[in-house]
Design a protein around this ligand. Structure first.
Ligand SMILES: [Zn+2]
Length: 92
């Protein structure tokens, strides 16, 4: 990725959404971990081969979410008066 591409992506940050992510160790391969997000993505091969729909890791995270809700689900990226950015909860 070039710096220009990274800058172009960063310019879209207001549309980004925070999610919980988990680094889950492989059950069969030592020193291998998968990144699984609370919105249903996994970096493992089975997830890709299965059409990016589910795998054992995403199912495990769904089980966890049933017990421990995502504490970041309502956060929004907001531009502050000093032109910096921060994740915050919208006023209710
Ligand atoms: Zn997986």
């Amino acid at each position: 990725m070039t710096t220009d591409a990274a800058l172009a992506l960063a310019a879209t940050a207001a549309a980004w959404r925070p999610v919980q992510a988990f680094r889950i160790p492989s059950r069969t391969r030592a020193n291998l971990h998968y990144i699984v997000t609370s919105d249903g993505y996994c970096s493992c091969r089975a997830f890709a081969v299965g059409g990016f729909t589910s795998c054992d890791h995403t199912a495990a995270v769904q089980l966890l979410a049933a017990v421990v809700p995502d504490p970041c689900s309502d956060l929004e990226l907001t531009r502050l008066p000093d032109d910096s950015w921060a994740w915050s909860r919208p006023a209710r």
